[in-house]
Design a protein around this ligand. Structure first.
Ligand code: SAM
Length: 218
């Protein structure tokens, strides 16, 4: 079973706009799926116990299902690139009687000052960004030193099992996910992290990455 990381798309703007159109069409269905599919809920729900407050940023919150599971405990902000997702999430949070400052923005230009958040949450989204290094650097910038990036996404299983490898390749080849060596990226960008395989025969990973040392962000 082949295990090969993706190459990043050359035209990053075209990639983002293409998938933004997909999300506009899919937002409604996604809202239903994420609220009802037990497997999805259980995967992304694994992020919740790892969140530390008081200030939390959810990057690419989608329709906001996960926000409704932790917003009562923290001071929560969120960004997502898709306008329809933002409106749906704002409604879901409001209807749940919760508060969160949600706005449209890109992971590559997060509209907050450096070192603002104790935790950045990022679930099932990183493999949909066209520039992994730019996205992770920007999430790191807004984290306080010692703050944590809690990320859930697809990657190859560490033991190379056939089913998990097949599933990762399915995400890559059929759904267009960009499968990256996320462990190396964390090291390169100054995080200390753990990597737990939480489902999908080792293809769904929970990363908890602490921002190391004194911040040199500008
Ligand atoms: C699969 S959904 C994940 C939603 C949610 N985090 C979850 O776990 O259910 C991916 C989300 O990433 C968002 N997204 C894609 N590109 C983005 C970008 N450049 N900046 C911010 N969000 C982006 C999409 O709009 C979509 O809402």
């Amino acid at each position: 079973m082949t295990r090969r990381y993706s190459t990043e798309p050359e035209d990053k703007r075209a990639f983002t706009e293409k998938y933004d159109r997909v999300w506009t069409r899919a937002a409604r269905a996604y809202d239903v799926i994420v609220k009802t599919l037990p497997l999805w809920k259980s995967w992304i729900g694994k992020a919740v116990p790892e969140i530390r407050g008081p200030r939390v940023l959810d990057v690419s919150f989608g329709t906001g299902y996960l926000l409704t599971r932790y917003a009562q405990k923290f001071e929560v902000c969120g960004i997502d690139y898709n306008a329809r997702m933002v409106r749906t999430a704002q409604r879901n949070v409001r209807e749940a009687g919760l508060r969160a400052e949600l706005q449209r923005a890109s992971v590559e230009a997060i509209p907050y000052q450096r070192e603002t958040f104790d935790t950045v949450v990022n679930t099932m989204a990183f493999s949909g960004y066209p520039d992994g290094k730019a996205a992770m650097s920007e999430m790191r910038r807004v984290l306080k030193a010692g703050g944590r990036l809690v990320m859930i996404d697809v990657d190859y299983p560490s033991d190379g099992n056939r089913t998990g490898t097949f599933m990762t390749n399915l995400w890559k080849n059929q759904l267009g996910a960009i499968i990256r060596d996320v462990d190396s990226l964390f090291l390169e960008l100054g995080f200390e992290h753990t990597d737990r395989e939480i489902g999908g025969f080792g293809s769904i990973h929970l990363y908890v990455a602490e921002k190391l040392g004194l911040s040199l962000e500008r």
